[in-house]
Design a binder for this molecule. Sequence first.
Ligand code: NAD
Ligand code: ZN
Length: 340
Amino acid sequence: MKALVKRHAEKGLWMEEVPVPEVGPNEVLIKLEKTAICGTDLHIYKWDEWSQRTIKPGLTIGHEFVGRIVEIGPGVTGYKIGDRVSAEGHIVCGHCRNCRAGRQHLCPNTIGIGVNRNGAFAEYMTMPASNLWPIPDQIPSELAAFFDPYGNAAHCALEFDLVGEDVLITGAGPIGIIAAGIAKHVGARNVVVTDVNDYRLKLAADMGATRVVNVANQSLKDVMKDLHMEGFDVGLEMSGNPRAFNDMLDGMYHGGKIALLGILPKGAGIDWDRVIFKGLTLQGIYGRRMFETWYKMTQMVLTGFPLQKVLTHQIHIDDFQKGFDLMDAGVCGKVVCSWY
Ligand code: NAD
Ligand code: ZN
């Protein structure tokens, strides 16, 4: 079968012929229909410092996908051949304290597909049945393909009550754009989104942001004045940029709450005075809640959440290089690749 492999310890990805994986107990074999490109895949493509520390060459990358079950391993119940599924890409241990308490998103022994084991940029992949998420017929595959980052956005955006609140989202990458939509969908008042990329800010506005701010040429302070705002009630940090995070700390109202999804560089400094004297709450967000986030995402799409607005490019897998170039240039929302 074809698979997109990180073959060499250098920039690039290689489309190779590799064996179809064998399905083990409690697993299914999935024939991929679509795989979406994540920022993480771009990091692996570029072979940045994080990738060099984390990725073993020879790995098939990819973790945002939808496909159909073509083989069922011993012990699997509740699924049949032909079922269309996506899956939670974090495979948890099942025996730690958090797993046993129903907090699988906090399992310290998590293994990520496409990072720690072979992933979804392939014609076929195996998945533990307990990670599968069946996709209802009404949801098209090009949307189901990126439930993983949609889930990051939903987990983060739904961490705090947003009804009637003023929300600041720093970073209009695909996740920030979707989070802007969710904030509006669930009833926030002002949904202000910052970035330095006008293309993406426009997508955020289309998705539901009530105000977008290019912080390269406008200050958040001025925008707040314009909106007659004293501060934001809830902040969703989705850029991973220390300057954006400090802007956020500056813009928060006393007693505000921040959900942190963006991955900051090691040692990034923040103004702790802001956290302490404003009495801010900071909550780290990792992955998706299993499987409450998946449930909420599915129901939001089924009841009209316009997820399709962040999908800007659909390409054939043979054109994967074009997809990675688009991601690198930041001139896209989600890019979804088709396997046939
Ligand atoms: P992305 O890189 O596509 O988006 C980040 C955006 O931040 C970009 O559009 C960039 O232009 C913008 N930005 C840069 N400087 C800025 C500034 N000063 N102010 C405002 N915006 C600025 O990333 P994404 O795929 O949308 O993911 C968002 C973040 O979440 C990334 O940091 C990613 O690594 C992280 N992430 C975390 C988890 C988790 O489980 N915690 C999961 C997925 C992604
Ligand atoms: Zn565990």
